[in-house]
Design a binder for this molecule. Structure first.
Ligand SMILES: Cc1cc2nc3c(=O)[nH]c(=O)nc-3n(C[C@H](O)[C@H](O)[C@H](O)COP(=O)(O)OP(=O)(O)OC[C@H]3O[C@@H](n4cnc5c(N)ncnc54)[C@H](O)[C@@H]3O)c2cc1C
Length: 322
């Protein structure tokens, strides 16, 4: 193992580390001798158990940042540690809003590049990253050279989150760094998207709708089918751009990456930008009236038919089963 220490940005949602953070810790465990998490918030100690269970030995705790946007104080704290010679060999960031913000600011502070859109990480005498380009049709590899830690922004679902059974991570303070005049933006309101089923990127079943639905109202049958299957509804970008559903529903290159047991695509053509976000699903079912639609190239089960006939039949059959 040529990499001594990797830090992973651990984000928290609903009082728990996010799945993507745990995916990164799991992979870091396979690559480095020591894995540490970097976290912030009023109750970091409460997530130390979960972080340790997935392989982090230490949580570097930046503490409560109040209503500040995390980008500035977290990047400053990490940069401070690196400048003081206490930094790791590499830092992994989830490709979330805050992860990207912090990584970008850290990159500027350390005058190091940042490698984004990472879909794989391996040890080849140093950390090597894989990146999906051209809508996921090609993969390139990259590595950092020169002094200083590598900064990697990793896509969700690039790795599986697997517990290692480790003890709770030790919580160690990470001193705040120099923020200057940049730390003035504050969060004034938070809006939690209403959701009755599982989260799109964590659901075991995802039912997505595309332009083939014909109109906004027809999306209701996608939601109904998803609900009957205890899954989450998703969408292609075409219907997000058309304003039928919010952006949070979008699957694909510029939306969410999903890897459910079953992905059901209803009236979606299968553009590469959509496929890159769902093609690693375990079982893909596609309903499309065009037998030559590209979605069928990745489908395990293809139904050539009209969504307005097939989906209501599926709903009827599921309701009949009770
Ligand atoms: C930089 C960039 C990023 C992008 N990011 C994303 C992304 O993250 N996610 C994403 O999804 N797209 C993304 N796109 C857009 C992508 O290229 C496609 O335009 C989009 O995915 C098409 O959506 P669609 O399949 O719903 O629509 P269409 O391509 O219009 O396909 C509709 C399909 O429905 C079928 N159909 C029509 N009527 C019926 C019916 N009654 N029953 C059954 N089937 C029917 C048609 O045969 C067709 O295959 C991106 C594009 C760019 C350039």
């Amino acid at each position: 193992m040529s990499i001594a220490t990797i830090w992973v940005l651990a984000e928290v949602a609903d009082g728990k580390p996010t799945t993507t953070s745990l995916e990164l810790i799991t992979q870091a465990r396979a690559l480095a001798g020591t894995v540490e998490a970097v976290a912030w918030g009023p109750a970091t100690a409460e997530i130390a158990g979960a972080l340790g269970e997935y392989g982090a030995t230490t949580v570097r705790d930046i503490g409560d940042i109040g209503d500040a946007l995390p980008g500035v104080p977290v990047a400053a704290a990490i940069a401070g540690a690196v400048s003081a010679g206490q930094g790791p060999d590499a830092i992994l960031f989830p490709a979330t809003y805050d992860g990207r913000d912090i990584a970008g600011r850290l990159s500027a502070k350390l005058d190091r590049p940042v490698l984004t859109n990472v879909v794989g990480l391996s040890d080849d005498g140093g950390l090597v990253s894989q990146h999906a380009i051209f809508g996921g049709t090609q993969v390139v590899t990259a590595r950092f050279t020169g002094e200083g830690p590598g900064i990697f922004v990793v896509r969700a679902k690039s790795f599986a989150a697997e517990p290692s059974g480790g003890a709770a991570a030790a919580v160690v303070p990470l001193a705040g760094g120099e923020t200057g005049a940049t730390n003035t933006a504050t969060v004034v309101a938070r809006h939690v998207e209403e959701r009755s089923g599982p989260k799109l990127d964590e659901a075991d079943v995802v039912v997505s709708g595309g332009r083939g639905l014909g109109d906004k109202d027809s999306y209701a049958m996608v939601e109904e089918l998803a609900s009957l299957l205890k899954g989450a509804p998703g969408a292609s970008r075409a219907i997000v751009d058309a304003g039928w559903v919010p952006y949070a529903y979008q699957v694909g290159q510029t939306g969410k990456t999903v890897k459910p047991t079953v992905y059901l695509a209803c009236g979606i053509s299968g553009a590469t930008q959509h496929l890159v976000g769902m093609k690693n699903s375990k079982n893909i079912i596609a309903i499309n009236k065009d037998q030559d639609a590209p979605i069928f190239t990745v489908a395990d089960l293809g139904i050539v038919g009209d969504v307005h006939k097939v989906v209501p039949k599926l709903i009827e059959a599921l309701k009949a089963r009770g």
